[in-house]
Design a protein around this ligand. Structure first.
Ligand code: ZN
Ligand code: ZN
Length: 269
């Protein structure tokens, strides 16, 4: 364990104290929440956890860099540089929370033109602050601690697990040429993002769980919106046929472009 941490990239870089202070404060608040448990504040936290999930430009840019250089030089958060680094080291030493970096902006020419995305990147802290004040006024301290601090910390670690855990532990369905894996427990914590090997194989697809047993609540939500006519232009590329692997969990060679395709729905068997 100590040896693993010694080679972790996190400890080769200066800590970003602004980001780290906020992280520490939120973790302290999250731990404090545990001492003020109540079902109502817990339920508020649960609902907010489910509702939350806005994408800032910084996150989208980092995400694109990760897809272009997965587990290689240039990947902003690969466990190749250490598990702790991939999980949160790159956050507490980096400028990931700072969304104006020119190097990042080059990756998101489309989003820079989008007024809403620019606004939410600049003011990402504002909705959380307003909500925190409301929770404090309406329900008192337990609501604030659960609905803001605990819920945010839980959400952050869940999201970070997609960068750390699903590039370290789990199974590979597709030979994507990187370390990405499918993980049931990360999928549960992230509403489906834990089917991360599937995602690296078919990054454009809105759906992460391919087989019926790959629980994917994000997709169920999108599917419901689409069925109601409230969402459109949803990318669901046809998948290359990956053959009938007789061995369970055997990784399947994956070629992004092949003629023979099958419908995604047909892969459930
Ligand atoms: Zn990944
Ligand atoms: Zn991705």
């Amino acid at each position: 364990m100590t040896d693993t941490l010694k080679v972790d990239k996190t400890f080769t870089r200066p800590v970003n104290w602004i980001t780290t202070s906020f992280m520490l404060a939120f973790h302290i608040g999250a731990v404090a929440a545990l001492f003020m448990f109540g079902w109502k504040p817990f339920l508020v936290a649960f609902v907010l956890w489910w509702v939350a999930g806005s994408l800032g430009i910084g996150r989208v840019a980092t995400h694109r860099m990760h897809h272009q250089n997965t587990d290689k030089e240039g990947d902003p958060h690969s466990p190749q540089d250490g598990g702790f680094w991939a999980h949160m080291g790159w956050i507490i030493t980096g400028k990931a929370m700072h969304n104006k970096l020119d190097s990042l902006l080059a990756y998101v020419p489309d989003l820079r033109k989008d007024k809403f995305h620019c606004w939410i990147s600049e003011w990402h802290w504002a909705p959380l602050t307003v909500l925190g004040i409301l929770l404090l006024l309406v329900g008192g301290l337990p609501y604030l601690l659960w609905g803001t601090f605990f819920r945010t910390v839980f959400g952050l670690h869940s999201t970070w697990l997609v960068n750390s855990a699903t590039h370290m532990w789990g199974s590979q369905r597709f030979m994507t040429g990187d370390d990405s894996t499918n993980s049931f427990w990360v999928a549960i914590l992230t509403f489906g993002e834990g089917w991360h090997n599937n995602h690296h194989a078919i990054p454009q697809a809105a759906r992460h769980g391919i087989a019926w047993y790959e629980v994917d609540p994000n997709w169920y939500g999108i599917w419901a919106l689409r069925t109601l006519g409230l969402a459109w232009d949803i990318s669901l590329p046809k998948l290359p046929k990956f053959g009938k692997a007789k061995v369970t969990n055997a990784a399947v060679p994956f070629k992004p472009v092949v003629e023979e395709t099958v419908r995604q729905e047909a892969l459930g068997d």
